[in-house]
Design a protein around this ligand. Structure first.
Ligand code: JFZ
Length: 439
């Protein structure tokens, strides 16, 4: 009995020590001030790029599936994107109203877009031989965009990582995860010290070789290099393809719902990543989202208190497709008029729906009206709130009334000024940011 008791105590102590190694020291976690600044940006550009653009198939995932492994792994020998112009990409993002940019420095296929000392499989051994990551970092500085880096956790190309194909099956007994993590740290050190990213976007943490301890180790390592660097929530082990939630145990600073708009959350930061077409990497004739879809996606992410990281896949010659540049510019034009209702706002107090989304700042609520379903739009009651004034953003006055239940009814103009999202401002007698969320 006594022995069993001792055993149980030892077991409990062991479990606790395990839990401690797999948690981050709260004192090194990214501060709220830094994360609030990140969430004020609201809109960024994601870029998935690499030698795979020569085939037009999906980055990483087409290696060993659509494209034979050996062929895929040799594409870099032909990768010569002579029309790559970092200023052009960053200007495209800037003109779209984007405030940050995230480049796949290394995706699951293992190819490095910067001259790393720790792998031969990099841009320096392609015919192009220019530091893509460095050029983008420089251009972002020039145009005042925050520069961010995507870095894969799994690497199907690295012999030290035990999985070599997208099927996730362990195939390599010679692999050595300790060496793999060491290389990862070395490469991240290069990235953080040379390019000073604002944020690091990890991915590929769902395969069995990856352990929470590695995530803690990497997070801690990065925070020593740069206490301010922001880190997404795909660095801990064991999550699936979707990463909508955060908890105290999460290794990372913000949630990353993928290819869907995150749910409204006033408590923790999140960023939806979504493609402008269907594929992350460039695909010829890929289906481009309509301007309506693009703008309403941005309005609904803002309305849910989240950011939108909107992805383009540049072509093999180094250019972003003109039709994508045009679409992004149209978003920028909309933001030129309506940006006040997006940047630096909070989501809510109403949850986004198919007809409208709401954002708020100070004593203002911005109602993003997607559709004129009727002559009037009725919004649920807000307790103790009086609307002093209602008007179209950059436009004329809107007639409004409050009924006995407190519901707010807005008289819509015969035609909404913008076909995709017209914004109505409600000026309140109180701070809108303090209101509880309602439906
Ligand atoms: C991941 C990447 O795999 C993808 O290539 C892209 O970079 C995106 C932003 O993030 O998306 C996933 C992650 C996991 C699965 C599918 C897509 N999965 O487990 O099927």
């Amino acid at each position: 009995m006594k022995r069993l008791f001792t055993l149980l105590i030892l077991l409990a102590m062991y479990c606790q020590s395990q839990a401690q190694t797999a948690a981050i020291d709260p004192s090194i976690k990214t501060s709220k001030v830094v994360l609030d600044d990140f969430m004020d940006q609201r809109f960024g550009m994601f870029i998935h790029w690499g030698p795979v653009a020569l085939r037009g198939t999906e980055i990483g995932w087409s290696r060993g599936t659509n494209v034979p492994t050996n062929e895929y792994d040799n594409l870099y020998k032909e990768f010569n994107p002579v029309l790559f112009d970092a200023d052009q990409w960053v200007k495209t993002a800037k003109d779209a109203g984007m405030k940050y940019l995230t480049i796949t420095a290394k995706h699951h296929d293992g190819f490095c877009l910067w001259p790393t000392k720790y792998s031969d499989y990099s841009i320096m051994n392609s015919p192009y031989k220019k530091d893509i990551v460095g050029e983008l970092a420089k251009a972002c500085k020039k145009y005042n965009l925050k520069f961010c880096v995507y870095f894969t956790v799994l690497d199907w190309h690295d012999p030290n990582y035990p999985v070599h194909l997208p099927d996730g099956k362990i195939s390599d007994p010679k692999a050595d995860m300790n060496k793999f993590v060491k290389t990862m740290k070395n490469q991240l050190q290069e990235i953080v010290t040379q390019y000073h990213p604002y944020m690091l976007w990890f991915d590929g943490n769902w395969e069995s070789p990856w352990k929470n301890e590695y995530g803690v180790e990497i997070y801690t390592f990065l925070k020593k290099l740069d206490p301010k660097v922001i880190i997404n929530n795909r660095l801990g082990a064991g999550q699936g393809a979707d990463h909508p939630n955060l908890s105290a145990q999460t290794i990372g600073d913000y949630a990353t719902p993928e290819q869907k708009i995150g749910e409204l959350n006033m408590n923790h930061p999140w960023e939806t990543c979504m493609t402008i077409c269907n594929q992350w990497a460039w695909k010829p004739n890929d289906k481009l989202k309509t301007l309506k879809e693009c703008i309403q996606t941005l309005a609904k992410t803002s309305g849910g208190n989240g950011n939108l990281l909107f992805n383009v896949g540049p072509m093999m010659d180094g250019r972003i497709e003109q039709r994508q540049i045009n679409r992004l510019k149209e978003m920028g034009d909309w933001l030129n008029t309506y940006g006040e209702s997006v940047y630096g706002t909070k989501g809510g107090p109403y949850k986004p729906n198919e007809t409208y989304a709401a954002t708020r700042k100070g004593n203002k609520i911005y109602i993003h009206v997607f559709e004129r379903k009727a002559e009037e739009l009725t919004l649920p009651a807000l307790k103790g709130v009086k609307v002093n004034k209602a008007y179209l953003l950059k436009g004329s006055k809107i007639t409004h009334r409050k009924d006995a239940t407190g519901a707010i009814t807005l008289q819509l103009p015969a035609q909404l000024p913008n076909a995709d999202d017209s914004v109505i401002v409600l000026e309140l007698n109180t701070n809108a940011e303090k209101l509880p969320v309602t439906i």
